[in-house]
Write a protein that binds this ligand. Structure first.
Ligand code: NAD
Length: 484
């Protein structure tokens, strides 16, 4: 199977109106909603607000398309997905610009990294396959395990990494023989609508449908009897609603939820070279990252010097419009999140915690700009330590005893990821093994891979994305037994 793509022909018009993809057709809606540029407060565009009927049409189209799509082999579906990667590549520069415009992240750094990674993911996932496995083969009996498609998958995505997290779902879902209806966050629907439009040039009609609108669309999907699985990335609070509503027809669910990731610097760590790494880990994407480092524990013998050095480095960084090449950290994506941060900053100030950098939000600015903020050793029960801030604010906390800091790291409802840093690799690994989280990095951070499963423990989620396990979550396990 060879799905031919001529990149020049795959270029779509990014100046045109935003449309949904339903049953292979590009459709608008009588109702629209405004999407804002978080750096300016201005309107980027109007997006279609899909009606309930349009959601029904999208689900019906996905259902109708699924048997023929599932009848193709992994290789055949992979060829379509690889062609999709080529088509995305042909539109890459426009996708990056749009991502910065609607999401805020710097075009020259985070936005480019996100789109490059997303296209790479699509291209690589296309090459994977779930082969049947013979687990028993005796003289008179064979047992074979297969992975069959689930049917129609509903995908619901957040606003912090709309391109990457959307394509993380699309590629494995389609590869394994399912069809999809995707609903992006109402804060960042535009890039998703465009990559849906690009997809309509490649996939058979109904295989990938994109519907934009409000939160209620998520509910319509989770309660719909013709959807077999929900692949959800978003907050823990919404994840619980998704789980409850999905019970109606026992949908399979993958939930990628919030986190409050600790980083632990063990005693005598040579921290100077780590400061830029830890800065990016905490403040990249303006802290709006499920796996951002959100609590940094440093041994009390080093904590004071560490904070001085960290603040000196952080002071050189610039918050601004992501289209400006001098910007290191962009704005907060939406006013809901901006207001949550206003409340957290007010609490941090009112409680008299030691704010070593930033701390004052200038509300007279047009954009949702929040300063890079470092809080020196706030108490363990403070909001800035206990909550997922989802903004550019980091508590740096002193500890005396390693067992005690492990307990503190684990004393949270979340369990998404963590990092441990130390001069003795084996000791750091031993500490890492005791952290209750889906991913633990030792002396490195934020490594992801096509073949590396990623998911949260405790209330950070259920199931995984990526890796063989991530592919299997888009399938039913089916066991064949044959008498010879
Ligand atoms: P959110 O939960 O507010 O929204 C996520 C999506 O759910 C949106 O598309 C929204 O429209 C939809 N939604 C809202 N109500 C719904 C309902 N009742 N039923 C179904 N869908 C509904 O999350 P957000 O603010 O967009 O994203 C930020 C959160 O996402 C943070 O907590 C962050 O940690 C988490 N996140 C997790 C991961 C991960 O992989 N674990 C990755 C990125 C973000």
């Amino acid at each position: 199977m060879n799905v031919q793509v001529n990149p020049a022909e795959m270029k779509i018009d990014f100046g045109g109106p935003y449309v949904m993809s339903i049953g292979g057709k590009l459709v608008g809606s009588n109702e629209t909603f405004e999407v804002y540029n978080p750096a300016t407060g201005g309107v980027v565009a109007n997006a279609p607000a899909g009606t309930r009927e349009q959601m029904e049409e999208a689900i019906a189209a996905a259902k109708a398309a699924q048997p023929a799509w599932a009848a193709l082999s992994f290789k055949e579906r992979g060829a379509y997905i690889e062609a999709y990667a080529d088509a995305l590549e042909a539109n890459k520069e426009d996708i990056i610009t749009l991502l910065t415009t609607e999401q805020g992240k710097p075009r020259h750094s985070m936005a480019t990294v996100e789109v490059d990674a997303a296209i790479y993911w699509v291209r690589e996932v296309a090459k994977r396959e779930l082969k049947n496995e013979v687990i028993e083969d005796t003289e008179d009996h064979v047992v074979e395990v297969a992975h069959t498609p689930l049917g129609v998958v509903g995908a619901i995505t957040p606003w912090n990494f709309p391109i990457l997290l959307g394509l993380w779902k699309i590629a494995p879902c389609l590869l394994t023989g399912n069809t999809m209806v995707m609903k992006p966050s109402p804060y960042t629907p535009l890039g998703t609508l465009r990559f849906g439009e690009i997809a309509q040039q490649i996939f058979p009609e109904g295989v990938l449908n994109i519907v934009s609108g409000g939160n209620e669309q998520g509910q319509w999907m989770t309660e719909h009897p013709d959807i077999s699985k929900i692949s959800f990335t978003g907050s823990t609070a919404t994840g619980k609603k998704v789980m409850a509503s999905s019970a109606s027809n026992l949908k399979r669910i993958t939930l990628e939820l919030g986190g409050n990731d600790p980083a632990i610097l063990l005693p005598e760590t040579d921290y100077e070279p780590l400061i830029p790494v830890l800065f990016d880990a905490a403040y990249g994407n303006a802290g709006q990252w499920c796996i951002a480092t959100k609590r940094l524990y440093v041994h009390s013998s080093q904590q004071k010097q560490f904070v001085d050095a960290f603040v000196a480095y952080a002071s050189t960084k610039t918050v601004g419009d992501g289209m400006d090449p001098n910007t290191d950290i962009g704005p907060i994506q939406n006013t809901m999140q901006y207001n949550k941060l206003r409340s957290l900053f007010a609490d941090t100030k009112d409680k008299g915690y030691n704010i070593r950098l930033g701390g004052e939000i200038d509300e007279s600015l047009d954009g949702n700009f929040v300063p890079i903020t470092v809080v020196d050793n706030p108490p363990e029960d403070s909001r800035v330590v206990q909550e997922e801030p989802f903004g550019p604010i980091l508590p740096i906390i002193a500890y005396d005893d390693v067992d005690d800091v492990i307990e503190k790291a684990n004393d949270t409802e979340f369990g998404l990821a963590a990092s441990v840093w130390g001069p003795d690799r084996d000791e750091a690994i031993e500490v890492g093994k005791q952290i209750e989280a889906g991913t633990v990095w030792v002396n490195e951070i934020h490594i992801h891979g096509i073949d590396i499963p990623f998911g949260g423990h405790k209330q950070s989620g259920m199931g995984v994305e990526n890796g063989r396990e991530g592919l299997e979550e888009f399938t039913n396990t089916k066991t064949y037994m044959f008498k010879k």
